[in-house]
Design a protein around this ligand. Sequence first.
Ligand code: ADE
Length: 241
Amino acid sequence: MKIDILTLIPGVFQNVFNESVLGSALEKQILEIGFHSIRDFGEGRHRVVDDTAFGGGPGMVLKPGPLIQAIRALRENGEVAPVIGLTPQGVKLSQKLLKELSHKPRLMLVCGRYEGFDERIRREFDLEVSIGDYVLSGGEIAAMVFVDSMARLIPGTIGDQASVEQDSFFNGPLDHPQYTRPAVWESLPVPQVLSEGNHESINLWRKARSLKKTAVRRPDLFCRLNLDGKEKNLLQTCFAD
Ligand code: ADE
């Protein structure tokens, strides 16, 4: 997958993207990211990209000309890519949306700054995405969240794809609890079933804990799970202990 990011501050991405899972996806060329500065399309000697709002109000608004030119220049260059504007007014980012978009060969992310985009820029977006109901100072952190969670879904990024499929939200419920050595820490033991080596029992225990955690912490998600009879029984046993 190729992701083009349009931003006023391309430099902020380097450290985050060069580390860990993302860094290795880039190194393996499973993922390619192009950084593009909106300022390269700015107007005049000072490469102006923003202006005050018509009708007054605080802050600066991104002008349509430079940003639309930047989007169109990228569009003409390479495969068709949905253009995704990162704004607090977009659809909420979810594992489902990421999964749908993970099949695209190319995506374009547009980061806003200042008080927002001139409304006419929105006609260039195929989709607007928000990472939550709060306002960031710009779309860059949202783009980092988007790219990081997307990279995990591209086959080959994570060595063990089964671990991605067990992640919270992938199939609906939250992830089950995890433990590692030592077997006892400050008098707290690891649940016995996990060290007994019976994989069927371990899977049942994990499934039960995952359902319980979802029921307790995210009743909204839990209501949307279509539990079969076996899963309902499993959940009962784990509420009993
Ligand atoms: N830009 C500013 N706030 C944002 C948010 N919550 N999500 C995505 N982009 C944003």
